[in-house]
Design a protein around this ligand. Structure first.
Ligand SMILES: [Zn+2]
Length: 148
């Protein structure tokens, strides 16, 4: 079967609340994300594509640009949330620390919500550190056995 992948990059700030290492400090990353989309088996469209790369950029890429890029990500119980809101900022709040793992899953979930047949999201927080989120077909929310 075919699959395609599109790479995105964006910048963000975060900190890991109640963490003992250096990431407890507010700091930033230039993230690189690779989103893999499954095709429809061996079927290609009339243009010979499993999915037009332009479509991924126009949907998920736009959301990444508008929602994730140049934002601060914080855990919901981090006192910085209110501090930043009081200063007129709009931090993106996560249920738990905004780790690379949670960012990979957030992007995966958004791709699913947009109707993309995402199979895997690789999220590089730095050049050397990557988190991946994927689900087997049977676990997908849109898998045939889970459709209501
Ligand atoms: Zn970090």
């Amino acid at each position: 079967m075919f699959s395609v992948a599109r790479e995105f990059s964006f910048s963000y700030g975060h900190r890991l609340y109640r963490y003992e290492g250096r990431c407890r400090r507010l700091h930033g990353h230039n993230a690189r994300v690779v989103v893999e989309i499954s095709g429809n088996g061996d079927t290609l469209n009339e243009m010979g594509m499993a999915l037009d790369f332009t479509d991924i950029k126009a949907t998920l890429g736009r959301w990444i640009d508008e929602t994730l890029d140049h934002r601060v990500f914080l855990a919901e119980d981090d006192p910085l949330v209110q501090v930043l809101r009081d200063a007129g900022e709009d931090p993106l709040v996560f249920d738990g620390n905004p780790t690379a793992e949670r960012l990979a899953k957030a992007i995966y979930d958004r791709a699913v919500a947009m109707g993309l047949r995402v199979s895997r999201v690789d999220f590089w927080e730095t050049q050397n550190c990557r988190a991946t989120y994927s689900r087997r077909d049977a676990e997908r929310d849109d898998a045939p056995d889970k459709r209501g």
